[in-house]
Design a protein. Structure first.
Length: 370
């Protein structure tokens, strides 16, 4: 059988890993903080659970700028000596790479607050959450969601169904990045989770994964986290990768006819980092301490289902404040959802980031356009 032609949509001229766009003159007070975060439902939850209470308690205003990942803008800003951001909400793999490059401020070991019962943070936080330059606050998952009405008979139950266009026909939406796509492609061949990154370290493994992606008839490549949700709601795709919190928000606030496929979810740490040469490092550290307290992490998880990095916070997660949904059942870290999860090897990505990005970018460039 001849290889299926794959159509590429989206902003084809953009390179992998959107860089940080310099913030425009915000007019904030000299004591204010500029935070880079990811927009959408996630940012709204952060404002309600974190930023507004922080300002009410300290008097320090917080302005949020949009961030879609990557280190290019941070590299340029640090090199120029003009860093317009005080705090960045960054994936741990990017944070590890940035720390190695000297782009981040080291964080003091006594920064974090103990749990309400006095448990020290090093025992309360999940393993590997406290780094030299980054503190994990939540664990999110990249998952596949699908339209229920696209598959009225049998529905997807395994990540391999993403690649099964005989039983589940229709366009897919995937993030324009090698991360997660490569893992899913190998899992569709039943490669054990423990062997994924060893195989991806070889040219054979990369070729196998990219060859699987090439077999999909239609892929729309997304870059902003809101895009796959909108494409699903508009019926432009029938299956899409995306962040579990964004899909949840669409399901409860927009009555979206979609379901999350938890099998193969790729869990990742989301961290706070302070860029080198930040204008207000002391206030930035104060915001980190505030937002990573047990109470604040639990309040965020009540609004958007990302797993708190503290055990004490997970025990305090209750219902969604508007809908009454039991948020514990929607966390990627809940045992019912975590069965079959892939824990992203962030150290592997930090070591191989540039090489894997280049390899993926070259592969995209070689693929036929519409």
């Amino acid at each position: 059988m001849a290889p299926a032609r794959r159509w590429r949509y989206g902003i084809g001229a953009l390179l992998l890993g959107l860089s940080l766009a310099p913030a425009a003159d915000s007019g904030e007070s000299a004591e204010g903080l500029t935070v880079l975060s990811w927009g959408g439902a996630y940012e709204r939850a952060q404002r309600e659970a974190w930023f507004e209470p922080f300002t009410a308690e300290t008097g320090i205003p917080v302005e949020v700028e949009r961030y879609d990942g990557g280190l290019d803008g941070l590299r340029r800003a640090v090199a120029s000596g003009e860093v317009p951001w005080d705090l960045i909400d960054m994936t741990r793999s990017d944070a590890m790479a940035a720390c190695e490059e000297g782009l981040l401020e080291p964080l003091p070991p006594d920064l974090l607050a103990p749990a309400p019962d006095g448990t020290p943070p090093e025992r309360d936080f999940l393993p590997a959450s406290i780094g030299r330059c980054a503190i994990t606050h939540t664990l999110f998952a990249t998952v596949v969601a699908y339209r229920r009405d696209a598959f009225p008979g049998q529905r997807p139950t395994a990540i391999a169904d993403l690649f099964d266009q005989q039983r589940f026909p229709g366009p897919r939406a995937l993030q324009r990045t090698p991360a997660v796509n490569l893992e899913w492609a190998l899992r569709s061949f039943r490669v054990p989770r423990a062997e994924l990154y060893g195989l991806l370290s070889t040219r054979r493994g990369l070729s196998l994964a990219l060859g699987r992606l090439e077999q999909l008839d239609t892929i729309r490549w997304w870059e902003g986290g809101e895009q796959p949700v909108e494409w699903l709601l508009d019926g432009e795709v029938v299956m899409a990768s995306g962040y579990n919190g964004r899909f949840f928000d669409a399901m409860i606030h927009r009555n979206a006819p979609i379901e999350i496929l938890w099998d193969g979810q790729v869990q990742e740490h989301e961290t706070w980092v302070i860029p080198r040469r930040s204008r207000h490092p002391e206030s930035a550290r104060e915001l980190i301490r505030f937002t990573t307290s047990t109470e604040r992490l639990a309040e965020l998880a009540r609004r958007i289902p990302y797993g708190p990095a503290r055990r004490s916070a997970t025990r305090r997660v209750t219902d969604h404040p508007e809908t009454g949904q039991d948020m514990r059942l929607h966390l990627p870290t809940h045992p019912l959802n975590a069965d079959g999860a892939i824990v992203k090897d962030e150290a592997w990505y930090a070591r191989t980031l540039e090489r894997i990005d280049d390899y993926f970018r070259d592969w995209l460039a070689a693929e036929p356009d519409e």
